[in-house]
Design a protein around this ligand. Structure first.
Ligand SMILES: [Zn+2]
Length: 175
């Protein structure tokens, strides 16, 4: 890429704007003087590196601030979340193997909450909902920052279930 650069005749001081071709002699159209245009000063690679690093760090700090803001907003809107920790299986007296969903409800806020109902949704390989069942975790109150574990055996057989999701049943009443 050729950038234009300025050069000045060192005899008659006429200014020229020329293509950036270093170490080529230039002849002045006014006075006939010739001179060699020096290679333009390059920015130090270290300065370029440090400037890039500063820009990167500023971007990271900004991203972290945005993420923290998002987390605060999410906690305000959804102080309680449910998560699955482990899925195991159990075979009953009826010789049917079922999934056991072990998870917890987490109170991310600094207030006490009643434990809501938990809904476990099972999906087939085509993404269709096979089953959805609601239950109440054993704990009834969640202190600030604490969690309530649950272990729930699905009533449907494990066959055909490809994916299991858990969500809070916020609409259910909290008996
Ligand atoms: Zn000249």
């Amino acid at each position: 890429m050729n950038r234009r650069m300025k050069t000045v005749c060192n005899f008659c001081k006429t200014e020229y704007s020329i293509d950036n071709v270093p170490n080529m002699p230039v002849r002045c159209a006014v006075c006939g003087n010739t001179w060699v245009v020096p290679r333009p000063a390059r920015r130090s690679p270290w300065l370029v590196f440090i400037a890039a690093l500063c820009a990167l760090m500023a971007a990271v700090v900004f991203a972290v601030a945005v993420i923290a803001q998002n987390q605060i907003t999410q906690i305000r809107e959804n102080p309680l979340i449910a998560q699955i920790d482990e899925i195991t299986t159990v075979t009953g007296d009826d010789d049917v193997t079922r999934f056991v969903v072990n998870g917890r409800v987490i109170n991310r806020s600094d207030q006490i909450y009643g434990v809501p109902g938990v809904k476990i949704i099972s999906y087939g390989d085509d993404g269709a909902v096979i089953d959805a069942q609601r239950f109440m975790p054993p704990a009834t109150l969640l202190d600030a920052g604490s969690s309530a574990e649950f272990s729930h055996i699905l009533s449907v057989p494990m066959a055909g279930i490809e994916k299991i999701a858990v969500e809070l049943d916020q609409n259910g009443d909290n008996k």
